[in-house]
Design a protein around this ligand. Structure first.
Ligand code: GDP
Ligand code: MG
Length: 747
């Protein structure tokens, strides 16, 4: 026995699938997360039932990979029953797909999902109307709350043993006779589900036209005999219209509204959307939300209490509490150095994590014999390198948590919608923004997610731009630099500006490429915006746990391997059989000194420690965290005693150089894993092009950043410039948007 779950994106298929099969597939709001078909088993019936989670679709046409996958599965693999999930809070829109599924000769059960929301908003759905009209069973469920699932499966099981013949809602429309005669033709060639194929052929569905050339010719002829209507022979539009018309005629009254409180509840989401997806304020609000997150994670002066009100903390106990036991005293006067402002939660956790790992390493080191090569390898190499990364772990997890909350609440789907609206005139579709936004997590799954884009060129371009959306592995680099740059610029503003720089460059690059490649019309991007809801604690924790596991796995394998390699190269000369040497005589210094000239124009390789930053950008290819590990490892060796890595960094790079270094690392080649994914997912000819794009693009942008930084002699000015440019961009967007206001709304 095999049942298939079919429905619109965000109708709750994955939630239902997980509830039925006990699998732990990721539940997210992205249409397209489930491009691959997922299977599981339901065991609570008298026989085991295979459940297949089909990708979310709005229609059974062959335009998107999801549609093709779902359509082929239903037609070719003939599940015993289709469970059509319908989001009951969005009934009319969801039934559009239902009307198509019903045309196939297969048992169907309609699962009215999200009934908890419907009920709590005081509405009621007359499911008997649905059952009578469509002549299939309807079961009310709540996948999220595990309600009605047993009944659904019982009904589906019973239904699976019946044969069902396709039914169309188009039987009363103008071309009903055309459908009837085409269906007869289909029957004569013995095809299954003749009704479905007939309607699709009349719609000029490309797959059907190819498959049934002869019948198609006959249909074309018959069409000319039907009087023209408002659709002027555009049968695709006429069919779609016929379906919608039928739905609104029959089911507009199906949802019974409770006059009073009901309506309020229903429109709560709409009300939030009035603000959050506002035509003009949508993007600024997105930026503000992002900034609040960075402030919360990276600021060492929460609420700008120090900047605005001069708040200082002079109590040693409190200082030790806030910065993880690190209160310092002035060397000359012996006075306590006050803490400027209160650190944000992220910085607070980072300080304590640094204290914890530092203490553990000290403790461990006290048991190791001094001066042996293996003490050097373990303590100065591996542990120092890992420590530098692990101390940023709380901040990274906090950042991921915030992004996961945005994702799970339904906000990220809106961001794609807002971006789509602002940039579609330039040929950028919201569909491409979804994988790009996923890039904030990790480029690898983000690149895989570009599978949802139909156009090959668009896919290649999106993949090339994915690394510009700063991934989680790059976050430790920004966190480390934020600590170094803090002298003149607040860390949160710095990190925020780096993320923004990535987004802005990606958008500008995409627009430029589109303009020069004669952009064609972007197909309208239709996406269902899921109702906002409180993020599920379980989902958030599962998400973080995945990230943590991935991080630990990476740290214990490739990152450690890279650290050992760097240790070897920095402790041996080219005549390595002669034993350990001082770092000045090591192979790595020679390598770094060659690399340094390549990076010379970008500034960061100019100082005494320039070779270290040059080497670090290269180790970043292995994993971006290695940039941090390498710097910690090498700076820790060459820095003056007692100097922390952060201080050494601050001492050896100017703010402009730090910015240029950040820009270079943001835009250059991602890690090997992402490069391999790029090769696998993009077209053949795109591979060398994309590599060249990353190589050249990062160099040029970093150069510009450095030159601008130099010109103003201070990176804070650069930050202001970036912000102004952004404000200008926002105003421009607002202008464009209001100019096109009268254009049809996309969703
Ligand atoms: P899919 O795209 O069809 O796989 O949909 P998902 O399973 O990812 O669900 C989309 C969103 O709707 C998720 O955030 C779910 O938590 C939520 N959701 C699913 N079923 C229900 C339900 O019965 N009630 C409520 N309130 N939310 C639900
Ligand atoms: Mg899903």
């Amino acid at each position: 026995m095999r049942f298939a779950l079919a429905g619109n994106p965000n109708s709750g298929k994955t939630t239902l699938f997980n509830a039925l099969t006990g699998a732990t597939a990721h539940v997210g709001n992205w249409p397209g997360v489930t491009v691959e078909k997922k299977e599981g088993t339901y065991k609570k019936l008298s026989e085991k039932v295979q459940i297949v989670d089909l990708p979310g679709i709005y229609s059974l046409s062959p335009y998107t990979p999801e549609e093709v996958v779902s359509r082929n599965f239903i037609l070719d693999e003939k599940p015993d029953c289709i469970i059509n999930i319908v989001d009951a809070t969005n009934l009319e829109r969801n039934l559009y797909l239902t009307t198509q599924i019903l045309e196939i000769d297969v048992p169907v059960v309609i699962a009215l999902n999200m009934m908890d929301l419907v009920k709590s908003s005081g509405r009621e759905i007359r499911k008997e109307d649905l059952e009578k009209t469509f002549n299939v069973p309807v079961v009310e469920i709540s996948a999220l709350r595990n309600e009605g699932l047993k009944e659904l499966m019982d009904v589906a099981y019973k239904e699976a043993s019946n044969k069902r013949v396709g039914f169309t809602v188009l039987e009363n429309c103008k071309f009903a006779s055309l459908i009837e005669s085409t269906k007869k033709e289909m029957e004569t060639i013995g095809i299954e589900s003749p009704l479905f194929h007939a309607v699709k052929l009349i719609e000029n569905d490309s797959v059907e036209m190819e498959m049934h050339e002869e019948i198609a010719k006959g249909v074309e002829k018959l069409k000319t005999q039907i009087p023209q209507d408002e659709f002027e022979g555009d049968y695709e539009a006429a069919v779609a219209d016929g379906r919608y018309r039928y739905i609104s005629e029959h089911f507009a009254g199906t949802v019974k509204k409770d006059e009073n409180e009901g309506q309020l509840q229903v429109t709560k989401s709409d009300k939030i959307d009035k603000v959050l997806t506002h035509r003009i304020w949508g993007i600024p609000l997105f930026l503000i939300i992002m900034f609040v997150i960075f402030h919360f994670v990276f600021s060492s002066d929460i609420l700008f209490l120090n900047r605005l009100f001069g708040l200082e903390i002079n109590n040693e106990g409190w200082i030790n509490f806030f910065i993880g036991m690190g209160a310092e005293f002035d060397e000359v006067t012996g006075e306590l150095i006050a803490l400027e402002g209160i650190p944000s939660l992220g910085v607070f956790l980072q300080s304590w994590m640094g204290w914890l790992t530092g203490s553990l390493i000290d403790l461990f080191a006290s048991f190791m014999p001094e001066g042996t090569w293996y003490t050097g390898l373990v303590c100065d190499g591996i542990l120092t390198g890992l420590d530098s990364i692990f101390s940023f772990l709380p901040q990274i997890l906090l950042l991921f948590l915030c992004i996961a909350i945005l994702e799970d609440s339904g906000y990220m789907a809106r961001v794609a919608f807002i971006m789509d609206r602002a940039f579609r005139k330039f040929g950028l579709s919201g569909k491409a923004f979804i994988p790009l936004l996923m890039g904030f997590g990790c480029s690898v799954p983000a690149m895989v997610a570009t599978k949802t884009l139909e156009d090959e060129k668009e896919r290649d371009l999106t993949i090339a731009l994915t690394p510009f959306f700063s991934c989680g592995a790059k976050a430790p680099i920004w966190a480390m630099l934020a600590f170094a740059i803090v002298g003149s610029l607040l860390g949160d503003i710095f990190v925020f500006s780096i993320y923004l720089l990535g987004i802005v460059v990606a958008i500008v690059a995409a627009i430029l490429i589109k303009v020069f490649s004669k952009a064609h019309e972007v197909p309208p991007f239709i996406m269902e915006l899921p109702a906002y809801h409180r993020p599920q604690f379980k989902n958030l924790m599962a998400n973080l746990w995945e990230k943590l596991k991935h991080f630990i796995y990476k740290a214990s394998t490739i990152i450690t391997a890279a650290i050992i390699l760097i240790w070897f190269l920095s402790n041996f000369s080219w005549a390595f059989w002669q034993g350990l040497v001082e770092i000045e005589d090591s192979m790595l210094v020679d390598i770094g000194n060659v690399l340094k000239y390549f990076f010379y124009p970008l500034g960061f390789s100019q100082g005494e420690h320039g070779w270290i930053y040059s080497v670090a950008t290269v180790t970043g290819l292995i994993a971006k965290e290695d940039v941090v590990a390498t710097i910690a490892q090498l700076l820790g060796t060459v820095a003056e005693d007692e100097e922390t890595v952060g201080l050494a960094l601050m001492g050896s790079l100017s703010n402009a150089q730090i910015y240029a270094f950040a820009a270079y690392n943001l835009f250059t080649f991602p890690c090997f894993a992402a490069i391999a994914t790029m090769k696998a997912e993009s077209s053949k000819k795109a591979f060398p092009k994309t590599l060249a794009f990353w190589f050249g693009g990062s160099y040029v942008i970093s150069l510009v950043v450095y030159l601008v930084g130099l010109a103003f002699q201070a990176a804070i000015v650069l930050g202001i410039v970036v912000l102004h440019a952004l404000i200008a961009a926002i105003v421009l967007c607002g202008y464009f948007v209001s100019k096109h206001r009268n254009k049809a709304k996309v969703a």
